[in-house]
Design a binder for this molecule. Structure first.
Ligand SMILES: Cc1cc2nc3c(=O)[nH]c(=O)nc-3n(C[C@H](O)[C@H](O)[C@H](O)COP(=O)(O)OP(=O)(O)OC[C@H]3O[C@@H](n4cnc5c(N)ncnc54)[C@H](O)[C@@H]3O)c2cc1C
Ligand code: FES
Ligand code: FES
Length: 479
């Protein structure tokens, strides 16, 4: 197949002349659709936000429209989807979308760079009947405004009626659904390929035949290699159509299985059911546009020392399920990353799923992300804990993990050993400082000095005490 097919603002489009790594934003602007702006070209500012319908429906049967960043979304990934840009929001008869009206009426329209992106995020919010201020702020956190005009934008969000961005076209929509269940193999005129297999066997065969291909999940990490480093992958192997990697389900024993290619947004409700603090922790990973498309599999695949998933998964004693030519195997999350940007995976291994066991009796999860901003920022230090306190007030169980304080996210076994069995008091939490410092070996970089990181990591144990045994700490509330 050498053609991509999707609908853009309600019109069918066929594209055959674009490189396989062409980003949606560049193509849109070349089409003259210039309301979608380029602010950063790295998923950070939201100026390029568009709405994407991948043919999934929500519980109420409405299409699952999602805000995504066009700057790091390959055009080929639109195949079989519906896309709406700011230009496509009005009803075609001169009436603006309620999001556009709300922005004007609440005096929320400011610079022409950010406003279209805000409008698109509002249009995504408008499809959701269930909203509160927290979810509205979550939905807007991926849109940066440098002139600090968030309050009227939040007012605009509060005033939105429930609205779909486009009417459905049953004939067209059915055609798209069919398309998305078949393998996509797009070959660009320059020979670059974008292949989206539908079975794991197909994927394995493609990987064996194309060892230089890039394995592409959400592309929120890899996309930057294209837009920032100018890299041109010979072939992109997309995990987007592999249902086997998208499953998110609770297990009979109260645990959780998350397919490696399921976007974060698909797992937040289940995480909240497992532990409310777990969902809050993951809600601070990127902005909504990133969580709508980025995946845990991709986060582990980067093996970043400041990746947010692994500290939580280590604290939860999760397992990482791998598939490779030698079969399936499971490794403990704590053992997955072996060194700086290194993992236990062989070159032809695939992360299939993450398995989170049920919470141990009486235990509680707490996850802390310390960054320069509350929203849409990479961690300087993160600390995640699973703690159970016995009736006599001693620490019955502790699993502790830190990110940003060593070449890899690590399990703090010394801290665990120090605290287990001791009375869970502020004094013991403070005394754990030396054990924490033995466990970690931070460096200084743009996000903080080594001394700062040491202080923060040790303080997080004390904060854990405040949150589990003390009065809690005052949390920084946005807006
Ligand atoms: C604006 C912005 C904000 C961000 N904020 C955060 C943040 O707060 N915290 C954080 O931790 N990260 C953050 N990130 C980084 C990124 O979003 C995450 O690491 C994300 O989880 C990557 O997932 P992905 O599906 O997009 O990965 P991709 O970019 O598709 O892939 C990343 C790597 O993993 C490999 N890979 C993907 N899936 C698999 C698989 N199933 N098996 C084996 N290898 C695989 C790929 O080949 C690639 O090497 C941010 C990124 C952006 C652009
Ligand atoms: S241009 Fe900034 S997020 Fe895409
Ligand atoms: S709206 Fe663009 S900087 Fe605030």
């Amino acid at each position: 197949m050498t053609e991509l097919q999707f609908t853009l603002n309600g019109s069918p489009r066929r594209v055959a002349d674009q490189p396989a790594h062409r980003m949606t934003l560049d193509w849109l602007r070349a089409q003259g659709l210039r309301a979608t702006k380029e602010g950063c070209a790295e998923g950070d500012c939201g100026a390029c936000t568009v709405l994407l319908d991948r043919g999934q429906t929500r519980a109420d049967g409405t299409p699952d429209w999602r805000a995504v960043c066009a700057c790091i979304l390959p055009l080929a990934q639109l195949d079989g989807c519906r896309v709406v840009t700011t230009e496509g929001l009005s009803d075609g008869q001169g009436q603006p979308h309620p999001a556009q009206t709300a922005m004007a009426e609440q005096f929320a329209t400011q610079c022409g760079y950010c406003s279209p992106g805000f409008v698109m995020s509002l249009a995504a919010i408008a499809t959701r009947p269930e909203r509160d201020d927290d979810s509205l702020m979550d939905a807007l956190a991926g849109n940066l405004c440098r002139c600090t005009g968030y309050r009227p934008i939040l007012d605009a969000a509060r005033s939105l009626p429930v609205t779909q961005p486009r009417p459905n076209d049953p004939a067209l929509d059915a055609g798209q659904q069919d398309r998305r269940t078949t393998r996509l193999d797009y070959t660009a005129p320059d020979g670059g390929r974008f292949v989206a297999p539908t079975t794991l066997d197909e994927l394995a065969a493609l990987r064996a035949a194309l060892p230089d291909a890039w394995l592409w999940a959400g592309g929120t990490d890899l996309g930057l290699k294209v837009t920032k480093d100018g890299a041109h992958p010979p072939t992109i192997l997309s995990l987007d159509r592999l249902d086997a990697l998208h499953e998110v389900r609770s297990t009979d024993d109260g645990g959780l299985v998350v397919g490696a290619a399921a976007p974060y947004a698909d797992m937040l409700d289940r995480l909240a059911a497992l532990a409310p603090d777990l969902a809050s922790y993951f809600r601070r990973l990127g902005g909504a546009q990133i969580r709508n498309i980025g995946t845990v599999g991709g986060n582990l695949g980067t093996a970043s020392p400041i990746g947010d998933s692994l500290p939580a998964l280590i604290a939860l004693d999760a397992g990482v399920e791998l598939i490779g030519p030698r079969g399936r195997r499971r490794v403990a999350a704590a053992d997955f990353v072996t060194g700086y940007r290194q993992t236990v995976m062989a070159a032809d291994d695939l992360i299939a799923a993450i398995r989170v066991p049920p919470p141990t009796p009486g235990s509680r999860f707490a996850g802390y992300k310390i960054a320069k901003r509350v929203d849409q920022d990479i961690s300087g230090v993160s600390g995640c804990f699973r703690i159970a306190v016995a009736d006599d007030g001693t620490v019955a169980e502790l699993r502790a993990a830190f990110g940003g304080v060593a070449p890899r996210p690590l399990r703090a076994t010394g801290t665990e050993a120090f605290l287990t069995g001791k009375p869970w008091t502020r004094e013991t939490a403070r005394a754990a400082r030396s054990a924490v410092l033995e466990d970690i070996s931070p460096i200084s970089d743009a996000r903080g000095t080594a001394d700062y990181r040491k202080a923060v990591a040790a303080n997080l144990v004390e904060r854990l005490w405040h949150d589990t045994a003390g009065q809690g700490v005052t949390r920084l509330e946005a807006l």
